[in-house]
Design a protein around this ligand. Structure first.
Ligand code: G6P
Length: 608
């Protein structure tokens, strides 16, 4: 979703900002823009579409800037267009600002400004902020900012420049992430540390409602009462990753292929084979706290929620703890009941998903302990949580999540094992569970080696506009995830459904034009699933089965079979989901979709 990048210092601000924006591309966007100060005046450029279009435009302008703010926009208020792209300006064009988030009361503010004769050029909520600060400006920009902020409702991260202050950027963070990178006589500002970590690792995170005045050689941070506050900088330990697709055509394909290694990383140093259990260095809850857990609440969105759903089945089944997996955007408005013995697990690849963070804050306010599963060091979720288990999946750039999902499920499996071993699970059962986990990387590898077969099936079925994904028990959340992949990257309507529920309505949609992807690798419910698939076949439905090696029963039913290596039911979703990722990828490729940055989607959804 929208990404902010700013630079101030002696180097070429345009070049650094454009490169910074490219590092934010993965978040998903529809337009991009940049503004700076040249000869005492605001200069700017905006383009619809890719950053390369903006890059070409600024190259023509021959800008020589030492301060710049820039942004990738993901449309919320006003369609994607050059006019609606950021930066936005006040009426006198003395200030420019970029924004990530939503100003919820923008309509009322816009009307009252219009009544005072202010003319708006865009449809955005952001322009309201620029116009308001401009209207309050009487020679002191910080004062104008502080007079405006109490009028705004919503979430916002803002970077602002004013032509009367050519040596500073003002940054504001309220429920939206913004981090300042401190270099030698230069400073960076961004929504994501990855975008500047190649330049500096020294960072200051802005917390809620803080306002920073950033100069090349000085940083001042103020609280809402305009009092200057002491902020300690932190050193990032993340590597500067030169993200590259290698020999792969898309990041998404590369990340699907990263999975054997991602699983190895997730497992590394986190289990004790001898005792048949798992342990996490970074888990700072003591044994008594973990033994006292009587209920677990898992919160997440999108693919992370599917991993959480899987974790819920596993934790209940193996650790015998009641678990609820909730979609964060729904949960946060339920006025939740939180008892002392409830552990909250918040799952987020990015650590920036607005609904997940808001739900976590609500639960923290009610006294709950938060365990985060996250892939991004320094992200908002990591800073909010009491403890974090990192995915160690490496940066995920493709907008649709692939390797993060597998890593999340692996870590939830290890966590389940640890909780189960502390309760009823025997050492032998624990050791068997671990052996199954250790086999996973090679099993995924063998699926990846079977890509040509999956691609051939994908080509044959790519023209269908509707699909069902059916599974039972552990394969139900897997079917949700499989269907989501197809929706996200191939733009095909796909329904993930518990197979036993089909006859209660959805089966009315089955005919020869609606293939069913059947996720068959769940031993407990296998016979039941086969009966459900017979019902599909009887209605002329086509069946593409993802079935374990040795599964003979499916051969009489399925039109196509993609084999996966056999594993225990608790882990079977991983091989099955890897197949669905490849299937969606090849179907999307066949249809010519924009696989790494699908239309309308964002990698980090930082608005509600
Ligand atoms: C967006 C992404 C999804 C992701 C979801 C949750 O919708 O496109 O791939 O699953 O957000 O993201 P998180 O970073 O919280 O896991």
């Amino acid at each position: 979703m929208c990404g902010i990048f700013g630079y101030i210092g002696s180097r070429d601000a345009v070049k650094i900002a454009i490169n910074g924006l490219k590092k934010l591309e993965y978040r998903g966007y529809d337009s991009a823009g940049i503004a700076g100060i040249k000869d005492g005046k605001i200069v700017s450029a905006k383009e619809l579409g890719k950053i390369t279009a903006l890059e070409k435009e600024v190259a023509k302008m021959n800008l020589d800037l030492h301060v710049a703010i820039s942004q990738t926009r993901w449309a919320t208020h006003g369609k994607p267009s050059k006019i609606n792209a950021h930066p936005h300006f006040d009426a006198t064009h003395q200030l420019a600002l970029v924004h990530n988030g939503i100003i919820e009361n923008y309509e009322a503010l816009r009307t009252s400004l219009k009544d005072k004769g202010v003319h708006f050029v865009s449809d955005t909520d952001t322009e309201v902020v620029a116009q308001l600060i401009g209207a309050h400006y009487k020679g002191d920009i910080l004062k104008a900012v502080f007079e405006t902020l109490p009028l705004l409702k919503g979430a916002y991260a803002i970077a602002l420049i004013h032509q009367d202050y050519p040596d500073q950027i003002i940054a504001i963070s309220h429920n939206a992430p913004l981090v300042i990178g401190i270099g030698e006589n230069e400073a960076f500002i961004s929504s994501d540390t990855h975008s500047f970590v190649a330049h500096t690792r020294e960072v200051v995170f802005l917390e809620n409602s803080e306002v920073a005045v950033i100069k090349a050689d000085k940083l001042e941070v103020f609280n809402t009462a305009l009092e200057q506050i002491e902020k300690k900088s932190e050193q990032l330990s993340i590597e500067a990753i030169e993200s590259s697709k290698g020999n792969y055509e898309h990041y998404t394909l590369k990340e699907i292929h990263d999975q054997p290694q991602a699983v190895r990383n997730a497992l590394s140093g986190r289990f004790l084979q001898e005792y048949g259990t798992a342990s996490f260095d970074s888990l700072n809850f003591d044994v008594n706290e973990l033994l006292n857990v009587k209920r677990i609440l898992i919160l997440a969105c999108g693919t992370s929620w599917h991993a959480g759903y899987m974790g819920a089945y596993m934790l209940e089944d193996k650790a015998r703890i009641p678990v609820q997996a909730e979609i964060a955007s729904e949960f946060r408005y339920k006025n939740p009941i939180v008892q002392n013995d409830t552990l909250v697990i918040a799952i987020s690849q990015s650590g920036e998903t607005a609904d997940t963070i808001a739900a976590v804050r609500e639960l923290k306010a009610k006294g709950a302990k938060i365990l985060a599963l996250c892939n991004v060091e320094g992200s908002t979720l990591v800073r909010e949580a009491d403890s974090t288990l990192f995915l160690r999946a490496g940066q995920e750039i493709g907008v649709c999540s692939t390797k993060a999902f597998t890593s999340q499920v692996v870590i939830l499996s290890l966590f389940t094992l640890m909780m189960a071993r502390m309760r009823h699970m025997s050492k032998q059962d624990g050791q068997e569970f671990l052996k199954a986990l250790e086999r996973l990387p090679d099993q995924i590898d063998s699926i990846l080696k079977n890509s040509a077969h999956i691609e051939a099936i994908a080509k044959k079925y790519a023209h269908y506009e509707n699909f069902f994904y059916l599974g039972r028990h552990y394969m139900y959340p897997a079917s949700l995830e499989g269907a989501l992949k197809l929706k996200e990257i191939a733009y095909i309507n796909a329904n993930g459904y518990p197979a036993g529920e089909m006859k209660h309505g959805p089966i009315a949609l089955i005919n020869e034009n609606c293939p069913t992807v059947a996720l068959c690798s769940n031993n407990l419910t296998h016979e039941k699933l086969l009966s459900n698939l017979m019902e599909v076949k009887s209605r002329n439905g086509l069946v593409i089965a993802i079935a374990e090696e040795g599964d003979k029963g499916i051969e009489k039913i399925a039109d196509e079979i993609i084999r996966v290596p056999a594993t225990i039911d608790e882990l079977a979703c991983i091989p099955a989901v890897v197949v669905t990722q490849l299937l969606a990828y090849f179907i999307a490729k066949e249809r010519g979709a924009d696989i790494d940055q699908p239309r309308n989607l964002a990698k980090a959804v930082t608005v509600e």
